[in-house]
Design a protein around this ligand. Sequence first.
Ligand SMILES: Cc1ncc(COP(=O)(O)O)c(C=O)c1O
Length: 453
Amino acid sequence: MPNSAPAASFASDYATHVNPRWATLLNVLQMNVKYDRCFGTELFTADGRRVLDYLSGYCVHNIGHNHPYVIQALKEEMDRCGPAMLQSHVPELAGELARRLCDLAGGELRKVFFGSSGSEGVEAAIKFARAATRRAGLLCAKNSFHGLTTGALSLMTDPFWREGFEPLLQNTVALPFGDLAALERELSTKRFAAFIVEPLQSEAGINLAPVGYLQGAQEICRRTGTLFVLDEVQTGMFRTGPFLAGHYAGVDPDIVILAKALSGGLVPVSATLMTDEVYESVYSSLRRAIVHTSTFSENSLSMRAGLATLDVLEKQSLGARASALGEMLRTRLREELSPFEMVKEVRGLGMLSGIEFKSPSKLSLKVAFESFRAIHPAMFGQIVVMRLFRDKGILTQICGNNFMVLKVAPPLVVTEDELNEFVAAIRDVVDLMHSSPSFWTEALGLAKRAVNI
Ligand SMILES: Cc1ncc(COP(=O)(O)O)c(C=O)c1O
């Protein structure tokens, strides 16, 4: 397709050749807008609107959109015309990025496998754990999100994601998040290679690990010869304050998976960090030196993007900022939203928060709410998302495995004024749902359009 093709034809090409249903869904939700330029926390549309990003591409844009420092680093890397994807040399940048990631992660993590997506990182963790322990079993937490490739999907329990794709990997068991007794019971069988867990369950509804859970899990893992694996794809890269959310619990995992924000939002990359012991069990001889690899692993643009992104995160102390401003945001949200009966809880860590809604007890509201839930469990949350987007110019989403929780995850460069803007906006939308029939009548129209598609 030549570059001079009109914008409309690009859009219809997408609808014809990529994912027409996605385009239709965005139309129904009135969120199918054309974005021209994106900087920091702000997205600018072709028709002159400014949208504040409170989703960050599901925790990709920790340093904000199109950070000039990362763009400059990528331009320089391209101008250099250096070796890229030779598959026959030692990529120095990969070494530098791996060293910095291991230093930041701490503990015994000394080696890194680079991939191109979070799922690919999880796949690597599954294979490495099996190689290291010579066990087949994989233990995970219910409702977690680990990615949609076959192995990663095997660690997810929500039938929505699994339906049509089974049978998936055998020997996987899922336990309630936070249940140490169940973990002890399963791991004592010594048939599990790894316990793979998000330190804060993100798509499950911003579920914080109960105090002592991660440390307890690590202790049981050590005792039973099971690898303790943290999926920090959303929570890592200073999103929750420290470099890893696992640092809150002071744990020392055998494998950590990073992705999303590591790219600076510009180039796909993931990193599976592991101990020397795990590395030795996989790449155990010269014959096996490339026994697990991937074409785009260690490519120079990803590595440069990763290094530049770390520079920005560290120089601007974005972790400390996430801690301080995240706490301030939750305090303000609690102050503003606690009078409303449909707001159950505001919770989170650093700049990863959730607002949980609940069914109202007031009869008039309850009837409206329950009829929505009957149409589709995600309908209510989606109306909140749509209202915030259309009426307030704020982009958010509900959690993928818990439709009653609105995820609040702006780039870590978000300003205090922009936090206030969000608090005022969500307050207005929540007020509307409690006080105005128009919230529910308009929502009903949307629901009808959605079910007729
Ligand atoms: C915790 C977690 N792990 C893994 C993944 C999979 O990452 P990707 O979509 O890059 O494959 C995701 C994606 O949202 C995630 O949230």
